[in-house]
Write a protein that binds this ligand. Structure first.
Ligand code: FAD
Length: 299
């Protein structure tokens, strides 16, 4: 049987992990992802499980002002259920709430944490966080250090997904003033309504000016590979109006840029096509084209 450690703060957690040594412990937040790995024999249970549930610094959703910027900070141990009920997140980050709503069933969402969802690198919340340029907050034994989520994903991919010993304390996102014509969306396609992780999930954010120009668009896709920002498609949209040619070009860029991976149910090409279709159809609706509804969040 594994030994369960229950630190009450980051400092104690750090002391325990240092004493045990890298590779001899495993952090457990809600345990919902880990359980599936253990049950499917994808990884063995460590002899030391360090529970994060009592670590005091990671349990809240807070508003803060940092360098004059209004930000929302979410502690890693906040459950997906609490995220989707949060007034602050509903007000400022509806795509994140829409993503949480579409993860698993209520019993899992009560236990599963946002930190665990991000740390797996496959979580459905990640595209909705990439479009708002979320920063991760890491405890390195001395300080809490911020790192852009996008940068963390790029570095991990370059390192063959080798992890270090830092503890994910939470994440922060800057809020923005309401702008006329602003749009946000999150869409997920899965194999069944509630019990599987997604085939593909996509998110987007930006503004459509009154003259019909797309501006400051951020797009992201995940689910069928590791989640990424779709920077090429973003650039191609900047200051452009809807046209069939533009949308064909955006479609092609997404197919090239999204590095989807195949699984037993869907090929990589299929997932790329799904991501490109989902995004272009959301943008089509937003641009007010005939047959499209406008401003869809969490469809
Ligand atoms: C039936 C079922 C359906 C699911 N459906 C979905 C779905 O639709 N979409 C989806 O995205 N996911 C899904 N999941 C996966 C999982 O529930 C979520 O990803 C969940 O958010 C993981 O959070 P957790 O707290 O349970 O993580 P855990 O299982 O506790 O941990 C996940 C990983 O993160 C590490 N970790 C956790 N917190 C920290 C921290 N603070 N610092 C450092 N390391 C940390 C752990 O060591 C572990 O490696 C599903 C799971 C089940 C069982």
């Amino acid at each position: 049987m594994p030994k369960i450690w229950r630190p009450v703060d980051l400092k104690e957690a750090w002391e325990i992990q240092n004493e045990l040594g890298l590779g001899n412990y495993c952090y457990v937040a809600g345990g919902t992802w880990l359980r599936t790995q253990w049950e499917a024999n994808l990884c063995s249970m460590s002899l030391n499980l360090i529970s994060l549930e009592n670590v005091s610094e990671m349990t809240e959703i807070q508003e803060q002002v940092s360098n004059g910027k209004h930000e929302i900070m979410i502690g890693s141990s906040v459950s997906l259920y609490r995220c989707l009920k949060s007034t602050l997140l509903n007000q400022y980050f509806p795509p994140l709430v829409a993503a949480c709503k579409k993860i698993a069933a209520p019993s899992i969402r009560n236990q599963a944490t946002i930190g665990g969802n991000i740390y797996t690198t496959a979580g459905d919340t990640i595209p909705s966080l990439l479009i708002v340029k979320a920063e991760l907050l890491w405890f390195n034994g001395v300080d809490i250090v911020a790192e852009p989520l996008e940068q963390w994903l790029i570095t991990l991919q370059a390192n063959q997904f080798k992890r270090d010993n830092r503890i994910l304390v939470g994440l922060k996102m800057a809020t923005e003033e309401d702008v006329k014509g602003a749009f946000l969306f999150f869409t997920k396609v899965g194999r069944r309504e509630t019990f599987t992780s997604s085939l593909v999930s996509v998110a987007g954010k930006g503004t459509l000016t009154s003259a019909g120009f797309f501006q400051n668009v951020t797009l992201a896709a995940g689910g069928g590979g590791y989640p990424i920002r779709l920077s090429e498609a973003e650039l191609e949209l900047e200051n452009q109006c809807f046209s069939p040619t533009l949308f064909q070009q955006i479609y092609k860029s997404i197919v090239v840029e999204f590095q989807a991976t195949a699984d037993p149910f869907a090929s990589a090409d299929y997932k790329k096509a799904v991501a490109a279709n989902l995004i272009t159809s959301e943008l089509y609706k937003i641009s007010g084209q005939p047959g499209g509804e406008q401003r869809v969040v969490g469809s």
